[in-house]
Ligand binder design. Sequence first.
Ligand code: HEM
Length: 404
Amino acid sequence: MTTLLTDHGLLRAWRAESTETEFAQLYGRMHEEGPLIALPWGAVLVTSHAACRDVLADPVTWRNPDAQDFQRLCGPGAGKPARHGVNRTLFHLNGPDHAAQRRRFASFFTPLAMEAHSATIRNIVSGAVAGFVDRVTRTGSGDAVADLVAPAAGRVMCTLLGVSEQDHGFITRMASDLSFVEELAPRPSCVKQADAAIIELLAYGKRLIHDRTFTPEGGLIAYLLSQAGSSSRNTVDDVVTALVLMMTAGVSTSMALMSSAVLALGGDDDARHEAGAFVAECLRCDPPAHMVGRIAALDTVLAGQQVARGTLAHVMIGAANRDPAVFAQPHVFSPGRPQSRSLTFGAGPHYCLGAGLARLSAVHLVTAWRQWATGLAITKSRHRRRSGPNFRHLLSLPVTVISR
Ligand code: HEM
């Protein structure tokens, strides 16, 4: 197994690079190093598509990191409020606890239930594009992340939760603050921000239940409350855990996908690609989460190499999606290629429950943009991304009016 210790350049690049060309180079170099790369802190990077898929599909050998793992890996940091809150969500449950919680959420995220939200989601996203185009046309410029994608994703999540759409700014702020918890080695100031967000979400959840300011039917909050039989303490915990799950799973990720779709739009030939295929290629090339973690539950062999029980594996979705063994010309954006093998939504028992919803929102956005935004220019060279091994999404994407 290669050790990244011997190559500080690659390690630095993995933590920091933040342009599309840099991802391509970084993942290209990872594939040259091999399917497993040892890291200085005893973890391994899993880079090949086959090895990533093997890990994700085998929950007996590879479990999701839980509270005890974080205790061991992070020391006192594991007791912080945000880490504690996120540890209670589906992402960090295993075995029967995971299966039971997953069943509850899966019966909310049925295709039929999502179908019931689909017209509202189309109206929210198309309305956001129309409003954005109108504003940019009047003022001359705008930011597709702050002024279009954030309010659209926030409103979609409000609909799904069944809370007032006016809360969309709060929802996107909570999601952004909490996302730092799932970044590799976040800065202390970011951890503080995430801890403060958990406290605000707890107060928000309590208020929602106390004042009953959620829609009585169709939303996730009403669904969870209709199921809760026991004490009010359990009910509040349940609702807050669901809010934390939705913030960490569904808001920043949807924003990332929609902004990456806007960035990819405006190419010479993009209109000839069907919106679904276009979005699927955005998901492959620019995944909203570049990695997920797993712990070896047993001594095992992966990609032909021994891995000891207890080893932390960083499963590199971003690298798997650019594996030349699976995707011809992996760094070329080419809508229409066979997509079923992209690992952007994970694989196995933790496969994303909101995949359909996220795709739907992005397809509506692409369709509406193509229809109404023909007078706008995306200033591709001036976009900014977050840097980090996991979340590299756009923070800003300036848009102007095409001068005629
Ligand atoms: C483009 C947007 C999205 C991406 C790329 C994405 C990606 C992922 C990935 C990779 C996982 C698996 C994590 C693991 O294996 O440890 C996951 C799980 C999950 N996602 Fe998504 N997601 C997106 C949007 C959403 C949305 C919109 C929702 C809900 C509204 C959602 C809800 C969930 C839930 C509940 C899980 C946990 C499933 C489990 O652990 O059993 N996701 N997502």
